[in-house]
Write a protein that binds this ligand. Sequence first.
Ligand code: F0G
Length: 385
Amino acid sequence: MKFQATPNHYTGLIDRYRSRLPLSADTLAISLGEGNTPLIRLSNLVKTTGKNVDIYVKYEGLNPTGSFKDRGMTMAVTKAVEAGSKAIICASTGNTSAAAAAYAARAGIKAFVLIPEGKIAMGKLAQAMMYGAITMQIRGNFDDGMQLVKDVAAKTNVTIVNSINPYRLQGQKTASFEIIEELGRAPDYHALPVGNAGNITAHWIGYTESAIQSGEHTTNACSFCEGSCQFTGEPIIAKDSRPKMLGFQADGSAPFMRGAPVKDPETIATAIRIGNPQSWSQAHEVMKESGGWFGELPDSEILNTQLLLASLEGVFCEPASAASVAGVLRDVKSGKIPEGSTIVCTLTGNGLKDPDTAMELSKDAVRLTIDATLDQVNQSILNHL
Ligand code: F0G
């Protein structure tokens, strides 16, 4: 007899949220059990602000390939396979290529990935290669790769799985569903690191769909008379529980702060080293609708926050991810985010992906080389108690 798992066996976000995704009941899910990631309430790091706020981190680094991209990739690859596609392609700063490669392996199709040579974290390159993608290291940056992918997909029979593929955002919106389920409501603020701005757009879709589903009034019509009055002033929104969305970039790679694409973006947070975001207008729409804002941080502050998250909270994220927390800590300290707020920061990727940056950042950590004797171990303990 075939073994049957119990209904408690978590089988990924497609099975969990199928009715809220553009899928039919019998579409076969290509899944690695993505989603259902921890929402961790920060403790020690919040105390450093001296303010009374609640900060949670949504630890997306615990997805199967170590980043939030898996939420989008399960949808993109599921739909590609359903449509009969035999190959997918993406440009990537590393995480998308890892996720594309893994889900293609799972589906038994080919993945072609374009990455900027020498500018992706080692763990991500190892992933693409282990999962068996055809890896093209380009002498150019992510934006060059993205243009090439669009050009080639226009003529060749390969499915683009960058976030311009609408199914990617559909999968990624489920992170908002999970947060609302766990908190019992949406947070007041939600902060994310921004590159292409696909993820911040996806979260906003998720919050908006949840608000509509719960019967909240979120349109611009007068909520009291359904349009029969002569109301001409500001739109009345009877109740809107959606968060203000905050998008943080590295200052050397901050097109949203400059108000225009940046030609040669540079940052140690290679995941968000993007000068020409694909979801430019959507991200501006998100800010307008939510009342949120973009911000920028120097690499030094991003790295310092990455280290503090690990050393004060036990949460190891990759550099780009720490931008969300760095921005929030700054805006809480300055009072821009008021006391009493509940804030969620997305930690988009796992710290293990970028061991080179982590080793450099923690070089002052205590690391002793001693003889394998009881005496030397004892002495080391006594010296540090
Ligand atoms: N954080 C991490 C760790 C990322 O890998 C990315 C994007 C982002 C944040 C920004 O998300 O683009 O939706 O605004 N990485 C893409 C990649 C570009 O190729 O892996 P976004």
